[in-house]
Unconditional design. Structure first.
Length: 618
RNA sequence: GAUCCCAUAGCUCAGUUGGAUAGAGCGCAAGAUUCCUAAUCUUGAGGCCGGUGGUUCAAAUCCACCUGGGAUCGCCA
């Protein structure tokens, strides 16, 4: 198909100023422009404006945009007892929209669908606008202060595949909200205050009973040097946990140690400090390799001092109850079918529980940050827990219900649908997964014969970036809430809808920009003629929508879709529309170069939000 | 037992407020590189949207029931 011939009738110069947007008006996308026009047309006919929405077409082969309001309008008239024909309504709408500067063609199809093609002037004008905009069409919102609680890490437990999702999704949402203009604080909220600490303490006691931390006659002046490394912690915890499962008396020792720790036993507190410090150092490395960064490294232990006052306050409010020796807050409501179990503030043993520390953390955040919104990116299986905590926090009057949100995600399963295990039946460590990804990327570099002459260091950097991109994109492109199959073969596939595909698109643009510089070709006025160029502008145009819908639903996969579609549109443009080839006229080179630059900028924004970094070449 | 989530192409998954011929990637079949990176592009085959009934001019989408899978259900986190 020769699109040059098809577009021959459009050879007049498309001057951006011919389509008046007005310099002081806020930017609006092509779709927003069309949507405003179609809604107004319905409104003028006496219908509610919102039935006239224009959207991206389900049938892009017919036209890029569609408006289905005529059927809805006919439905409204029918309810009022008036007879009407949706095609006739559509016809009137089309007539009233006729001549709109952004609309090239309208066509009524089927029962009353209106298919809409934008004018070349509108496309060109929008492309010019996007090219001039640092954020390539992304608009910001009124800023809020938002805390995101994610990562899901625990002291003493090495990071494994189960930690991947919270880190990757949470990081993406943090960056997404920041990009929209919010003030976002990422908090790792370390699990460092529960039974696992009792396990660690008692197991270490069994292994090295002579350590001064266990000497009850001593209460300060403990060694500055840590008695354990990360490997020790990783070994001690499962050992204790397994013994405790078999042996109730072993479990009891861990419980007692936990209670003593929480009661403030100095030797145990000193040990905890070491455990936390050693773990944080390891976690920073692990998260760092994934490109995940936290603003706060607070944990449950950090808010422990707030608990007595908090509990006193809750008691004074009269919302607590004693039940079987435990202190609880009832949070069930009358109308719900199923009784929501109460929040457990204190166990009958007097120990502090998960509910208590999470509530204390809410108190702490209120006092220190006073956020508008707190988001928890935690496994969906904890939905009930958060519902209970949130209700208690609302009951206490600290927050409104809509300031607290649990963004659950599905569990990661193996191909058999059960929680993923390695062939040996163990959990796959995150660092092993990462090196698997790097190796696969390195292998691909070898196969492609690319990078043989690259410096060793750059090669390693490329393999790492490709591996991380593949890993993160594979995770983020899944709908957040559903379970997800962890399949190493699929993870290391670098073709199709993958992270490396996106990097490849970015790298090809970078390569062109370097060559253009060498050849002294500079970007210039955009002119849209080819269908691949139109497709690229339409893809660029939808960035803000993708950001908004991804934000509204806290759904990174919607942004993944956009970035992938953008890369696809670019790839098609790349193969259909030579940019620097000798036969391309200079004016076309300049226009296409602008499109390429603009695409790269949007692609890099999108990749950055996803937490993916592109190399210079690959 | 109760409550919640899920079921869409051979596989992994999208599917906006209910709209046309339900999409993408992988895999499969056929093609494209004297030209900016083929980790690419083009074309094709492939579907009873778990089942039954209901609401509607129109249902993968809303409602009811059923089947299959998963999760959760006060002193673990």
């Amino acid at each position: 198909m020769n699109s040059r011939l098809n577009n021959a009738h459009l050879t007049q110069t498309a001057n951006a100023s011919a389509f008046q947007l007005g310099k002081d008006k806020p930017m609006s996308s092509i779709l927003e422009t069309l949507n405003a026009a179609s809604c107004a047309a319905f409104s003028d006919m006496g219908f509610p404006a919102n039935i006239g929405v224009t959207r991206e077409s389900d049938r892009p082969d017919l036209a890029p945009f569609q408006c289905n309001g005529a059927m809805a309008a006919a439905g409204i008239l029918k309810k009022q007892g008036e007879k009407s024909n949706p095609r006739e309504i559509a016809q009137k709408i089309v007539e009233s929209l006729q001549g709109h500067p952004a609309i090239a063609e309208m066509e009524i199809a089927g029962p009353g669908f209106i298919n809409i093609r934008p004018t070349r002037v509108a496309l060109t004008s929008r492309a010019v606008e996007l090219a001039a905009d640092q954020n390539v069409g992304a608009t910001s919102v009124s800023p809020q202060t938002i805390v995101i609680d994610y990562g899901g890490a625990n002291v003493a437990k090495p990071m494994h595949v189960g930690h991947l999702r919270s880190a990757v999704i949470g990081e993406c949402l943090k960056r997404l909200l920041r990009f929209q203009g919010h003030n976002v604080i990422g908090d790792v909220h370390l699990g460092d205050w529960g039974l696992q600490m009792g396990h660690l303490i008692t197991e270490l006691m069994d292994e090295q009973p002579d350590l001064s931390y266990f000497d009850v006659s001593k209460n300060d002046d403990y060694p500055v040097e840590t008695p354990v490394q990360m490997d020790d912690l990783a070994r001690l915890y499962p050992a204790a946990s397994n013994k405790a499962k078999e042996d109730p008396s072993r479990m009891e020792r861990s419980r007692v140690a936990t209670a003593e720790l929480q009661a403030g036993r100095a030797g145990y507190r000193a040990l905890l400090e070491h455990f936390i410090a050693v773990s944080i150092a390891a976690l920073k490395e692990g998260y760092g390799a994934l490109g995940v960064e936290f603003d706060l490294w607070k944990g449950e232990a950090a808010v422990d001092p707030l608990i007595p006052d908090m509990i006193a306050g809750l008691k004074a409010q009269g919302i607590t109850e004693e039940d079987g020796g435990a202190l609880i807050i009832r949070v069930a409501t009358e109308e719900e079918k199923k009784d929501t179990p109460p929040v457990m503030l204190l166990a009958s043993s007097g120990a502090v529980l998960y509910h208590t520390t999470d509530l204390a953390t809410l108190v702490d955040r209120k006092a220190e940050i006073d956020p508008d919104l707190i988001l928890y990116v935690v496994d969906q299986r904890q939905a009930l827990h958060f519902e209970q905590v949130f209700r208690a926090a609302v009951k206490a009057g600290w927050y409104k219900r809509d300031q607290l949100d649990h963004l659950g995600f599905g569990t990661m399963n193996g191909k058999d649908g059960k929680p993923f295990k390695t062939r040996e039946g163990g959990v796959l460590r995150l660092e092993d997964l990462m090196s698997m990804m790097r190796d696969a990327a390195d292998k691909r570099l070898n196969e492609a014969g690319i990078g043989a002459d690259f410096p060793e260091k750059e090669r390693a950097d490329i393999a790492n970036k490709v591996g991380v991109a593949a890993l993160k994109f594979a995770d983020l492109q899944n709908q957040r809430i559903t379970n997800y199959i962890f399949d190493p073969e699929r993870f290391t596939a670098f073709e199709g809808k993958t992270g490396p595909y996106l990097l490849y698109a970015a790298v090809r643009i970078k390569s062109i920009l370097r060559k253009a510089k060498d050849q002294n070709v500079t970007s210039g006025e955009v002119n849209i003629n080819e269908s691949a160029e139109t497709g690229l502008v339409l893809a660029l145009d939808s960035f803000d929508r993708a950001l908004k819908s991804a934000t509204d639903k806290y759904a990174p996969h919607l942004l993944c879709d956009h970035v992938f579609r953008l890369a696809q549109a670019f790839s098609r443009f790349y193969s259909d529309c030579p940019i620097l080839a000798g036969e391309t006229p200079d004016i076309v080179k300049a226009s296409r170069l602008t499109l390429a630059e603009t695409t790269l900028r949007q692609l890099e924004h999108g990749l950055h939000i996803l937490g993916i970094e592109a190399p210079e070449r690959m």
